[in-house]
Design a protein. Structure first.
Length: 216
């Protein structure tokens, strides 16, 4: 891949030995690699990032499972940031993933992630990066692009400056211009902020063909 692009490579695997092999194959002089990811359940991944001069995604996962709310996300992620700093990584080398879960499972999940993003930005200031799998939020819901676009705007407003997104279908420069007064925006925002119980109003509008993308 480094023969094809000079952009930094993100090395992602659930197997830390796979990430280790990828980092060893990288030429850090070409571009600093990004390790994805380190968490409390595999904190040793931070050592790999430091040893290979890379950056790291640190997640809000706990030692034995996923966080239940915004407070747990913030607590877990803060521990990871402090551990990374103790190992010699700089704030600017860290991309914190608060973990974004589908709102089709729990109406509070969108708000949990957004509140965690705000808390992280308040706690660590402008130097740190905040990222996440932004489209995770819309799994199981029709009209996913609308939900994804509105969530991305809300996440940026909360303090996110990075994201795992499809840059073709979700262009941040265009998404910022979405009409926030449109019915499509309002319905999507109500879903994302837990105001539309079981997504009923959103789903009813979608079935009736009333939803149109909230275009700039």
């Amino acid at each position: 891949m480094q023969r094809m692009t000079r952009l930094p490579l993100a090395l992602d695997s659930s197997n830390i030995e796979v990430i280790r092999a990828g980092l060893e194959a990288c030429d850090p002089a070409a571009a600093r690699p990004l390790l994805n990811s380190a968490s409390l359940e595999r904190i040793e991944a931070l050592d790999l990032a430091r040893q290979h001069g890379g950056q790291a995604v640190v997640t809000a996962a706990g030692e034995r499972g996923m966080p239940a709310d915004a407070e747990a996300r913030l607590a877990n992620a803060s521990r990871m940031v402090e551990a990374a700093l103790a190992k010699g990584l700089a704030l600017g080398d860290l991309y914190v993933d608060p973990l974004i879960f589908p709102i089709s499972v729990d109406k509070e999940y969108g708000r949990h992630s957004l509140d965690a993003i705000r808390g992280l930005r308040d706690a660590f200031g402008p130097a740190i990066h905040i990222t996440g799998g932004m489209s995770n939020v819309s799994f199981g819901i029709p009209g996913r692009k609308l939900i994804n676009d509105v969530f991305l705007v809300l996440a940026m407003a909360a303090g996110a400056d990075s994201g795992i997104i499809d840059p073709v279908t979700s262009r941040p420069d265009e998404i910022r211009q979405i009409d926030r007064g449109s019915r499509a925006w309002q319905l999507a925002e109500d879903v994302l902020l837990g105001r539309d119980e079981h997504c009923r109003l959103y789903l009813r509008a979608w079935r009736r063909g009333e939803l149109r993308p909230a275009q700039p």
